[in-house]
Design a protein around this ligand. Structure first.
Ligand code: PGA
Length: 255
């Protein structure tokens, strides 16, 4: 029996100013302090770059981890407007989301670039959360497993293992739409992702890698999704901006 500590990650996206971001983080630290959830659950918030330093101060001394939403593939240099993995680590981040579908779409990020970003994160001792997921038309054409398999093969860098890799399965059509796949559909994709990881990392490491589900995860559907065998947590967008909702999702993880 493998134990993978569930990870509930909040992806704040391009939301929050200093005041409301700090208030949100503070209310999470107050809740996290109460229930003794730290042993059974890892909670992570990924604010926009502008808030990371401030949120890091608010989270200091709490069990809540801090992460970025993207990083550059290079360690440093002439890349105006970009942020390196090392800069994130310098602010106390432990994780960074890479290859989110909004980055793949808005910024044309390829699997190869996502793999390079994930490798840069690992080199800076951050754990990349590598996002994969099919579009609606790909699902309609029955290509979900093929697409996700290709993304995993192309986006997971060599040298990855359970200690420095998290995968997030986020069907693009489920993000921010209030729609989700059925639980058997989620179970199938997560199972196949674990098989793909087994092919890349070997069975032992693949068994320990956490695979998160993302896309319209809410308090009302979290328990059902998080109960699935290969769903090891959630990557939560909209609901992570409301402390009560994010906390309700965290509480829905099976003990
Ligand atoms: P959502 O976003 O929860 O708002 O659907 C999830 C994500 O994009 O990470």
């Amino acid at each position: 029996m493998t134990t993978r500590k569930p990870l509930i990650a909040g992806n704040w996206k391009m939301n929050g100013l200093l005041g409301d971001g700090a208030a949100l983080a503070k209310s999470l630290t107050e809740r996290m302090g109460k229930g003794g959830e730290t042993a059974s659950l890892e909670l992570l918030v990924c604010p926009p770059f502008t808030l990371i330093a401030r949120i890091g101060e608010v989270l200091a001394g709490s069990a809540i981890s801090l992460g970025g939403q993207d990083c550059h593939s290079k360690e440093k240099g002439a890349h105006t407007g970009d942020v390196s993995a090392r800069m994130l680590a310098d602010l106390g981040c432990r994780y960074v989301i890479v290859g989110h579908s909004e980055r793949r779409t808005d910024h044309g990020e390829s699997d190869a670039l996502v793999a390079a970003k994930a490798a840069a994160a690992q080199a800076a001792k951050l754990c990349p959360i590598v996002c994969v997921g099919e579009t609606e038309s790909e699902r309609d054409k029955g290509r979900t497993i093929e697409v996700v398999g290709r993304q995993i093969a192309g986006s997971v860098p060599g040298g990855s293992g359970a200690g420095n890799l998290v995968i997030a399965y986020e069907p693009v059509w489920a993000i921010g739409t209030g729609r989700t796949p059925t639980t058997p559909e989620v179970a199938e994709v997560h199972g196949r992702i674990r098989e793909f990881l087994t092919g890349i990392l070997g069975a032992e490491e693949a068994q320990m890698v956490r695979i998160l589900y993302g896309g319209s995860m809410k308090p009302g559907n979290a328990a059902e999704l998080l109960a699935l065998a290969d769903v090891d947590g959630g990557l939560v967008g909209g609901a992570s901006l409301v402390a009560d909702d994010f906390w309700a999702i965290a509480r829905a993880t099976p003990k």
